[in-house]
Design a protein around this ligand. Structure first.
Ligand SMILES: [Zn+2]
Length: 137
Protein backbone atom coordinates (compact mmCIF):
# COMPACT_ATOMS: atom_id res chain seq x y z
CA UNK A 1 0.00 0.00 0.00
CA UNK A 2 1.30 3.42 -0.98
CA UNK A 3 1.88 6.09 1.65
CA UNK A 4 -0.32 9.19 1.38
CA UNK A 5 1.53 12.05 -0.30
CA UNK A 6 0.89 15.78 -0.67
CA UNK A 7 0.20 16.88 -4.24
CA UNK A 8 -0.45 20.40 -5.63
CA UNK A 9 -3.42 19.30 -7.77
CA UNK A 10 -5.85 16.38 -7.87
CA UNK A 11 -4.92 14.96 -11.27
CA UNK A 12 -6.96 11.72 -11.03
CA UNK A 13 -10.78 11.65 -11.29
CA UNK A 14 -12.86 13.10 -9.62
CA UNK A 15 -10.13 15.75 -9.24
CA UNK A 16 -11.41 17.12 -5.96
CA UNK A 17 -11.49 16.71 -2.19
CA UNK A 18 -13.50 13.65 -1.14
CA UNK A 19 -14.80 15.52 1.89
CA UNK A 20 -15.79 18.98 0.60
CA UNK A 21 -15.39 18.64 -3.23
CA UNK A 22 -12.96 21.59 -3.35
CA UNK A 23 -10.69 21.59 -6.39
CA UNK A 24 -8.14 23.91 -4.75
CA UNK A 25 -4.89 22.22 -3.75
CA UNK A 26 -2.73 21.21 -2.13
CA UNK A 27 -4.27 17.80 -1.42
CA UNK A 28 -3.36 14.66 0.44
CA UNK A 29 -3.47 11.93 -2.20
CA UNK A 30 -4.52 8.89 -0.15
CA UNK A 31 -3.97 6.54 -3.14
CA UNK A 32 -7.29 4.93 -2.15
CA UNK A 33 -9.86 4.44 -4.89
CA UNK A 34 -13.45 3.27 -4.60
CA UNK A 35 -14.84 0.49 -6.76
CA UNK A 36 -15.49 2.99 -9.57
CA UNK A 37 -11.84 4.06 -9.56
CA UNK A 38 -12.55 7.45 -7.95
CA UNK A 39 -9.40 8.60 -6.15
CA UNK A 40 -9.79 9.87 -2.57
CA UNK A 41 -8.08 13.23 -2.11
CA UNK A 42 -8.35 15.39 1.00
CA UNK A 43 -7.80 19.13 0.75
CA UNK A 44 -5.58 20.93 3.25
CA UNK A 45 -8.57 22.74 4.74
CA UNK A 46 -10.45 19.49 5.47
CA UNK A 47 -7.33 17.85 6.92
CA UNK A 48 -6.94 20.84 9.26
CA UNK A 49 -10.61 20.79 10.24
CA UNK A 50 -10.44 17.03 10.87
CA UNK A 51 -7.25 17.40 12.91
CA UNK A 52 -8.95 20.12 14.95
CA UNK A 53 -12.03 17.91 15.50
CA UNK A 54 -9.82 15.03 16.58
CA UNK A 55 -8.08 17.33 19.04
CA UNK A 56 -4.71 17.05 17.27
CA UNK A 57 -4.56 20.84 16.93
CA UNK A 58 -5.41 23.67 19.28
CA UNK A 59 -7.51 26.54 17.93
CA UNK A 60 -4.63 29.07 17.82
CA UNK A 61 -2.33 26.54 16.23
CA UNK A 62 -5.03 25.73 13.69
CA UNK A 63 -5.42 29.41 12.81
CA UNK A 64 -1.65 29.84 12.48
CA UNK A 65 -1.39 26.78 10.25
CA UNK A 66 -4.32 27.99 8.18
CA UNK A 67 -2.56 31.32 7.53
CA UNK A 68 0.76 29.60 6.87
CA UNK A 69 -0.89 27.28 4.35
CA UNK A 70 -2.62 30.20 2.63
CA UNK A 71 0.70 32.04 2.33
CA UNK A 72 2.36 28.87 1.05
CA UNK A 73 -0.39 28.50 -1.54
CA UNK A 74 0.06 32.11 -2.66
CA UNK A 75 3.81 31.63 -2.90
CA UNK A 76 3.33 28.44 -4.92
CA UNK A 77 0.94 30.22 -7.31
CA UNK A 78 3.35 33.16 -7.64
CA UNK A 79 6.18 30.72 -8.38
CA UNK A 80 4.10 29.02 -11.09
CA UNK A 81 3.27 32.42 -12.64
CA UNK A 82 6.91 33.55 -12.53
CA UNK A 83 8.05 30.26 -14.06
CA UNK A 84 5.49 30.64 -16.87
CA UNK A 85 6.58 34.26 -17.43
CA UNK A 86 10.25 33.23 -17.48
CA UNK A 87 9.53 30.49 -20.05
CA UNK A 88 7.54 32.94 -22.18
CA UNK A 89 10.32 35.55 -22.03
CA UNK A 90 12.93 32.89 -22.87
CA UNK A 91 10.87 31.91 -25.94
CA UNK A 92 10.58 35.59 -26.95
CA UNK A 93 14.34 35.99 -26.49
CA UNK A 94 15.04 32.97 -28.74
CA UNK A 95 12.71 34.42 -31.39
CA UNK A 96 14.34 37.86 -31.11
CA UNK A 97 17.81 36.31 -31.52
CA UNK A 98 16.59 34.51 -34.67
CA UNK A 99 15.21 37.79 -36.03
CA UNK A 100 18.49 39.59 -35.26
CA UNK A 101 20.43 36.85 -37.04
CA UNK A 102 18.16 37.06 -40.11
CA UNK A 103 18.34 40.89 -40.20
CA UNK A 104 22.13 40.79 -39.75
CA UNK A 105 22.46 38.47 -42.76
CA UNK A 106 20.22 40.78 -44.82
CA UNK A 107 22.21 43.84 -43.69
CA UNK A 108 25.50 42.18 -44.79
CA UNK A 109 23.98 41.43 -48.20
CA UNK A 110 22.72 45.01 -48.62
CA UNK A 111 26.07 46.52 -47.54
CA UNK A 112 27.87 44.31 -50.09
CA UNK A 113 25.36 45.44 -52.73
CA UNK A 114 26.00 49.13 -51.88
CA UNK A 115 29.77 48.55 -52.36
CA UNK A 116 29.12 46.85 -55.74
CA UNK A 117 26.85 49.69 -56.89
CA UNK A 118 29.35 52.37 -55.79
CA UNK A 119 32.09 50.61 -57.80
CA UNK A 120 29.80 50.35 -60.85
CA UNK A 121 28.80 54.04 -60.63
CA UNK A 122 32.46 55.11 -60.23
CA UNK A 123 33.54 52.97 -63.23
CA UNK A 124 30.64 54.33 -65.29
CA UNK A 125 31.53 57.92 -64.39
CA UNK A 126 35.23 57.34 -65.31
CA UNK A 127 34.31 55.85 -68.69
CA UNK A 128 31.99 58.81 -69.46
CA UNK A 129 34.68 61.27 -68.42
CA UNK A 130 37.17 59.46 -70.69
CA UNK A 131 34.83 60.08 -73.67
CA UNK A 132 34.42 63.83 -73.07
CA UNK A 133 37.84 64.39 -71.56
CA UNK A 134 38.80 65.92 -68.23
CA UNK A 135 38.22 69.48 -69.59
CA UNK A 136 34.45 69.01 -69.23
CA UNK A 137 34.81 68.85 -65.49
ZN1 LIG B 1 -11.91 19.41 1.49
Amino acid sequence: MLEPIVVPTAIVWPNNCGQCQSQTGPFVDTHHENRFGDRLYLCASCVRIDALKLGYLEGDEHTKLLHAAEQEGESARALVQMTERRDKLAAELRQAKKTISTLSTELDWHQERVVQLERAITEDARSRLAIVGDDAA
